[in-house]
Ligand binder design. Structure first.
Ligand code: FAD
Length: 431
């Protein structure tokens, strides 16, 4: 059949999930054509807007994604927000199959009193700010207080603590935004606490070694209990900044300053663990502790949003209900990445997961489960977008923006100075 010959497939989202899904489809099917739609004018999702600026090696995956985008059977269409500029039913009409890989764009709320006070912000917004995510570029967190409390103990919490405590001169040659660097240079933050409900055996950090849990526990124990050598002891004594983990503490309230105008601390309930194995839970002991601070960053997780009323969504788990990437009850619709599994796991996890979704789609194609007959693909969507005044950004457009960013970084020894204003990006492209 025609669809067996030239399946037209579209992927929504250009983070690791979108690109790895596309890569698998293009590699495993010699004729498949894949269009990737992205709401930002620029590609790569959290590789650009999440991964910390001082971890440049993690961003090397961009080279692989770029190769995929250069395939003659792949196209990137940025500046197109699915659910707003084009609907999922319209995409399903135009393509043989649609893969939703749009990640997790929201943050989980703490759901405690005082959360709305100035001085409280989500780690997600803070990360977006220092990485130049357009919607967070004007965040300007107030770093004029000496203590910051991060609620949560996952990898994102660690990234945020590190950025707050790293001497700004060590960030000068990264792709952190100029504005963020300016604010960090003025920072008075000296102490950062990372607060977790559970204990050292349950923290959600990951490390890059086999048997990570055992190794992580050993590392934590050694750091906490071993007496440092003379050099290390001297270094610690002279350090102007410090951080610490506070275990078995569950946030109850953000405490207001005396005038009620901003956050001045966090009230924590002391917890202990009950139950064993997977069923272990942190329960309050009844004791309370107040931790004074001027900045509260909530880092209790990212969360996916529903994209379109026609797509099933599990709002409790914050994922699209699916079986191995096949969206439940909607033939021809698939999902991969954080919107499929929930917002956990590193890029490598997302890769494995996306390859699996690609495999399921190709199995269905082979079994004749996808619509037969030709589909128009981008031609149909382009007409819709143009009638709605939406001008997509192609991959070669992105490469112009990329070159501009690299050029702007050169003077100051940065790998790039990110463009943070979508209007400016579109202007540079003559849109
Ligand atoms: P995303 O990367 O979020 O990509 C989703 C894409 O979809 C985005 O580009 C978004 O703009 C787009 N999109 C959203 N809605 C729409 C829409 N309606 N229409 C069109 N497009 C849309 N992993 C590591 O291995 N190493 C690290 O150092 C590391 N650091 C991290 C730091 C942070 C702060 C975070 C949050 C994560 C980090 N990760 C790291 C994890 C890694 O980023 C994720 O595993 C991975 O990005 C998930 O991929 P994804 O494609 O599902 O989501």
């Amino acid at each position: 059949s025609t669809q067996e010959k030239t399946p037209q497939i579209c992927v929504v989202g250009s983070g690791p999930a979108g690109f790895y899904t596309a890569q698998h489809l293009l590699k495993q099917h010699p004729q498949a054509h894949v269009d990737i739609y992205e709401k930002q004018p620029v590609p790569f999702g959290l590789v650009r807007f999440g991964v910390a600026p001082d971890h440049p090696e993690v961003k090397n995956v961009i080279n692989t994604f770029t190769q995929t985008a250069h395939s003659g059977r792949c196209a990137f269409w940025g500046n197109v927000e699915v659910g707003r500029d084009v609907t999922v039913p319209e995409l399903r009409e135009a393509y043989h199959a649609v893969v939703l890989s749009y990640g997790a764009e929201d943050h989980r709320a703490l759901e405690i009193p005082g959360e709305e006070l100035p001085g409280v912000c989500s780690a997600r917004a803070f990360v977006g700010w220092y990485n130049g995510l357009p919607e967070n570029r004007e965040l300007e967190p107030d770093l004029s207080y000496d203590t910051a409390v991060i609620l949560g103990q996952g990898n994102v919490a660690l990234d945020v603590a590190r950025i707050l405590l790293t001497p700004p001169e060590h960030l000068e040659r990264t792709d952190i935004t100029k504005a963020a660097l300016g604010v960090l240079r003025q920072s008075r933050v000296k102490t950062v606490w990372l607060v977790g409900r559970r204990g050292p055996l349950q923290v959600a950090f990951t490390i890059k070694v086999p048997r990570p849990r055992k190794r992580l526990t050993e590392l934590l124990l050694r750091t906490a209990t071993e007496k440092p050598g003379p050099e290390e002891a001297a270094r610690r004594a002279s350090a102007s900044r410090a951080w610490g983990l506070r275990f078995f503490r569950s946030p109850q309230q953000v405490l207001p300053s005396p005038d009620g105008r901003r956050a001045a601390g966090v009230r924590l309930a002391v917890t202990r663990l009950e139950g064993v194995g997977e069923a272990t839970r942190a329960v309050p002991t009844g004791d309370m502790e107040d931790l004074p601070c001027g900045l509260v960053l909530s880092s209790v997780g990212y969360k996916s949003r529903p994209v379109d009323p026609s797509v099933p969504f599990d709002s409790k788990l914050g994922v699209i209900p699916n079986v191995e990437g096949r969206v439940m009850d909607v033939p021809g619709l698939y999902c991969s990445g954080w919107v499929k599994r929930g917002p956990t796991g590193v890029i490598a996890t997302t890769m494995t997961d996306s390859f699996l979704t690609g495999q399921m789609l190709l199995q269905d194609l082979k079994a004749g489960l996808l619509p037969s007959g030709p589909r128009p693909g981008y031609a149909a969507i382009q007409a819709l977008l143009s009638s709605r005044g939406v001008r997509p950004v192609s991959f070669s457009d992105w490469e112009k923006l990329d070159a501009e960013e690299v050029a702007r970084g050169q003077g100051t020894g940065k790998p790039r100075e990110k463009l943070v204003d979508p209007q400016e990006m579109l202007r540079l492209l003559g849109h």
